[in-house]
Structure formats: C-alpha cells, structure tokens
Ligand binder design. Structure first.
Ligand code: UDP
Ligand code: MG
Length: 324
C-alpha cells in the first residue's frame, strides 16, 4: 500500500551516541537543518549508550528545546549495534534512517535517500567512496574485512557499507522480528531482501572526539559479523582434516613400502613428531572455532534482553512508559 505513490509521511532518524559530547550539538543542528528542508514530518531519536562524558545531559537539553526529538538512555554501554536496535524499535517512521553521531556520514545525503525511497526502493544504503580522515590501517583492515565477508557469508553483504542507511518500515519490522542477540545489522538488513540500492557517498572525518571502535572492538565486531553469517570457518576443519589425513596416509604408505621392499627403515622420530604437532595444532584450532560458535549459541539461548532502558523522553503520550 505504501508503495503506490508513497505519500509523504514520517521520517525517523536514529542516532546512537556513546561519549559524543563534543559533537552532539553540531550533529543536531545539521540534522535539523536537513530534515526541516525536506518538508516531511520527522523525528530524531537519540540513544545514549551509557555515555560517561555528559552526552546524556546535552541530549536532555536538546530534547527539551525540540519537540521532534526523542531520547532513550540505556542503562549502561551496550554497544553500537544494540543502541541502534533500541532506536529502530522506538522509531515510528515510515522510513527510518540510521546514522552515526559523529558526522562521518553527512546528513546532507538523507534527502537523496528519501528521493530513492519515494521511488519505491526499500533500503538505500550508503556505500563509502572515500574515507577521509581515517588511518591507513583502518581503511585497509575494513577493506579486507568487507571482502572476506563477501566471500564467506551466506547472505551477500555489500562491500564498503556501514550502518548509514534508509530503511522502509517493513524492513525495520523484519529486522526487529529477528530474535538474535548477535546483532550484525548491516548483514541482517541485507538478509531481509526487498529492494535494496546503494548510494555512493564520501565519508567525512569524524567531526570531533575519537573513534569508539578501538582495534579490539573492531576485531570483535568483525568476528561477530563473520560467525553470524557464515559456517565456513567450521567447515574449514573438514578440509584441514582431510589434508592432514591424506598426508598421514602418504607417510604410512611410504614407510610401509620402504619396510617391505628395501632394507632401509624410516627414521621414525622426526616424522612422528611432525605429525603429532601438526594434528595437535589443527585440533586445538578447531576446538577453538567450535568454542566460538558454541559460545554464541550459549548467549542466544540465554535470551537476555538486548539492552535495558533507564530513561525515555519526548515520545508521544500513547506510549505507556513515557516520562515527563
Ligand atoms: N557508538 C555507540 N556505542 C558504542 C560505540 C559507538 O552507540 O559502544 C556510536 C558512536 O557514538 C557513533 C557510532 O556508534 O555514533 C559509530 O561509532 P564510531 O564513530 O566511534 O565508530 P567508527 O566510525 O570509528 O567506526
Ligand atoms: Mg565514526
């Protein structure tokens, strides 16, 4: 129904914020400017992901001044993907835009995304053309990661695509209906299908402050994405096992032939040593990989909530939890 003609409706913008005190006022000013110019109804939903630098206080005052702002404060730092999920859940829009708080994803692209949405595209994802102001290491590691995902994932996930995207509400509903704890949103949205198109954009440097994804978190995120969308690492065990046993078979044949048809004995220790070390190594590696998957299954079966909310402001009064 929404697709025939697509009358102008509500746009929600979801902004996860963790320690973004230095940028948040600038972010809101730019978002407000862009959104007012669209002529559509809009709301901005800020999610404070347990910031410790006064971001929440700033968000409260932004919310007090601007009735189109909604604020959700999580009870602690849950992580970017969880904060974004909280925002998607609260978004009432017919189209929902997910954007970082640090102005790396320029809000000025939102009208172009809305344009495509009005033409019937369900997901318009930002695809980075350039990543200004990011270290060579970050760009290189991201490049490797996206290409590895491309190879291994059961769902094709577009390369160089972060979370900056517009989604039709039916895609948002689809993503929210996915019960997994392990949230790799860009993969989940890709999995949902519908009509998805890329919007090429220039990624700016962070406006202020520093990245909240240090190397350790980035690795964690990459492993999460990989394991939740691919079983290839598990299957590697089969291949390596095959290779190891073929090698062992060759060794056995070789020593048997020597023993039966010649007077030479195989000098056993070296071979034995190598075989034991190799097999032991392979087994430990795959115990580890199985452990990674098993651990995830364990988290999933616990069924803990994704996040806990400690404060909600600015939501329409029909919402039972609203505070004033
Ligand atoms: N973020 C969050 N919770 C976290 C880490 C980050 O809500 O635990 C937010 C952060 O405020 C920003 C977005 O996620 O709006 C992306 O984070 P960041 O810019 O630090 O990542 P990068 O762009 O360096 O990958
Ligand atoms: Mg950033």
């Amino acid at each position: 129904m929404r697709h025939d003609g697509r009358p102008d409706k509500l746009v929600s913008v979801v902004v996860p914020c963790f320690n973004e005190a230095e940028v948040i006022n600038a972010t809101h000013a730019r978002l407000r400017g862009v959104l007012s110019a669209t002529g559509l109804d809009w709301e901005v939903i800020y999610i404070d992901d347990g910031s410790r630098d006064g971001t929440l206080e700033l968000l409260r005052s932004i919310q007090t001044l601007d009735p189109q702002v909604r604020l959700i404060a999580l009870s602690r730092n849950f992580g970017h993907q969880e904060a974004a999920s909280a925002g998607l859940e609260a978004a009432a829009g017919d189209a929902v835009v997910l954007i970082d708080a640090d102005l790396q994803d320029p809000p000025e692209y939102i009208p172009a995304m809305l344009e495509r949405w009005r033409d019937g595209v369900d997901v318009v994802y930002g695809q980075r053309q350039a990543r200004a102001g990011e270290t060579y290491f970050k760009r290189a590691s991201a490049g490797v990661f996206y290409r590895l995902m491309q190879q291994l994932s059961t769902t094709p996930i577009p390369v160089d695509t972060g979370d900056f995207r517009l989604m039709d509400s039916r895609v948002v509903d689809a993503v929210l209906a996915m019960p997994e704890r392990d949230r790799f949103l860009r993969g989940m949205v890709a999995w949902a299908g519908f009509r998805q198109e890329a919007l090429r954009y220039q990624r700016d440097p962070r406006f202020a402050g520093e990245s909240k994804y240090p190397l350790r978190r980035m690795l964690r995120f990459a492993v999460d994405g990989l394991l939740s969308f691919s079983l290839v690492p598990l299957r590697l065990g089969v291949y390596l096992g095959l290779i190891a046993s073929s090698l062992a078979l060759l060794g056995i044949l070789y020593s048997l032939v020597l023993r039966l048809f010649t007077d030479v004995w195989v000098p056993g220790w070296t071979l034995l040593f190598i075989a034991v070390l190799f097999l032991g190594g392979v087994q430990l590696l795959f115990l580890g990989i199985i452990g990674e998957y098993l651990g995830r299954v364990y988290w999933e079966v616990k069924r803990r909530p994704l996040y806990l909310v400690k404060e909600r402001r600015g939501f329409p009064p029909s919402d039972s939890e609203v505070e004033s």
